[in-house]
Design a protein around this ligand. Sequence first.
Ligand code: Q46
Ligand code: ZN
Length: 300
Amino acid sequence: MKCVRCKKKAVIVLRRHNAAFCADCFLHYYKNQVLKNIRKNRMFEKGEKVLVVVSGGKDSMALWDILVKEGYNVVAMYINLGIGEYSNRSQEVVEKFAKENNLPLIVKDIKKEFGLDIYKLSKTLRRSPCSVCGSIKRYLFNKVAYDGGFSAVATGHNLDDEAATLFGNVLNWEEGYLARQGPVLPQTHPKLIKKVKPLYTLTERENMYYVLLNKIEFLHEECPHSVGARSILYKEVLNKLEEESPGTKQRFLSGFLEKGKKHFQDVRERLELKECKNCGQVTTTEECSFCRFVRICNQQ
Ligand code: Q46
Ligand code: ZN
């Protein structure tokens, strides 16, 4: 098969676009998708400070690399969540990339810095490790971005992630989540920094090609807690549909963003936003869950 752009031998076939690319033209396509997503959704401008959250996986490594290459003003942040060897290995990957490319990197270690332990919290609060972990990550993304004067927090969510999340939210008719789902979570409070997903139209497979073609090291293993997650089941279902009918995921997501989302706009957050009495970050209770977690872990 030939590359649709330059007619050289193709190495990648993208069935949903009915296209095939050689390596160079694939990278050109990839870059254009990212730049288009940033501009179309007004995610951030060239000079603005952007905090890129990296986990060491292919998606966030691809995002970090492309934003740096395209001249955006990015600082990466890695959070060591204390998930055994997985966390140590992912930290190594991220630190090595930053060092080799001379890039700024903020490292947060929840155990060393705050005494937090997601397993202890999960047991005490009878919540899943992922639920505790998610709260901690969201808090730190925002806190570090706010304190550091960043305009946006960028994550490596891809098309597969977004379609699976949408699928789950539709199956359960999560109106509140549907109202907020999208490539940009705008600033709704002066202390809540905008969250953006510049890779939302690119698949896991495309991010994988990007890191392989650019010889970017990444951690191949997934977090051990992602095994058995509902989102993985949703991804499997969508992959089956995609195989039968290429473009299903993209049509599902873009159709929702263009035609479906507006029907949920009236679903406002009914909860009143306050500032945490300890740390001043935005919360719906007197004390935010992060401060509560720190208190629980440092008790006794
Ligand atoms: S890191 Fe944390 Fe994820 Fe691991 S414990 Fe769950 S939420 S699966 S993206
Ligand atoms: Zn707090």
